[in-house]
Design a protein around this ligand. Structure first.
Ligand SMILES: [Zn+2]
Length: 98
């Protein structure tokens, strides 16, 4: 993971006007051996350390999509979340936004 990632991705993401999620980069995530985890109760996103830049960005996008899903009450099939994380990561990368 690039050293400047914490700058690109501040440790807090605003999901709605009233709700922010704290982002933590962690060594281990117990939930289903996941690469990331979104906790809508604690308003926290966990991202596994040690992934490639691309995988890290995709995982952040994936977990933010879950936060959007929870906070806006937009149920998304998990297959759609995976398809979107891939497509959004591509747009961010191709436009050098990340
Ligand atoms: Zn997911």
């Amino acid at each position: 993971m690039r050293k400047n990632w914490p700058k690109l991705f501040p440790r807090k993401v605003r999901v709605t006007a009233d709700v922010s999620y704290d982002i933590f980069f962690v060594d281990k995530i117990d939930e289903h051996e996941s690469l990331g985890f979104c906790d809508s109760d604690k308003k926290q996103i966990l991202i596994l350390l040690g992934m490639s830049d691309r995988e890290t960005l995709k995982t952040i996008v994936h977990e933010v999509l879950h936060a959007i899903e929870f906070e806006n009450d937009i149920p998304l099939p998990h297959s759609v979340v995976y398809a979107l994380d891939e497509a959004i990561e591509r747009v961010l990368r191709l436009n050098k936004w990340a």
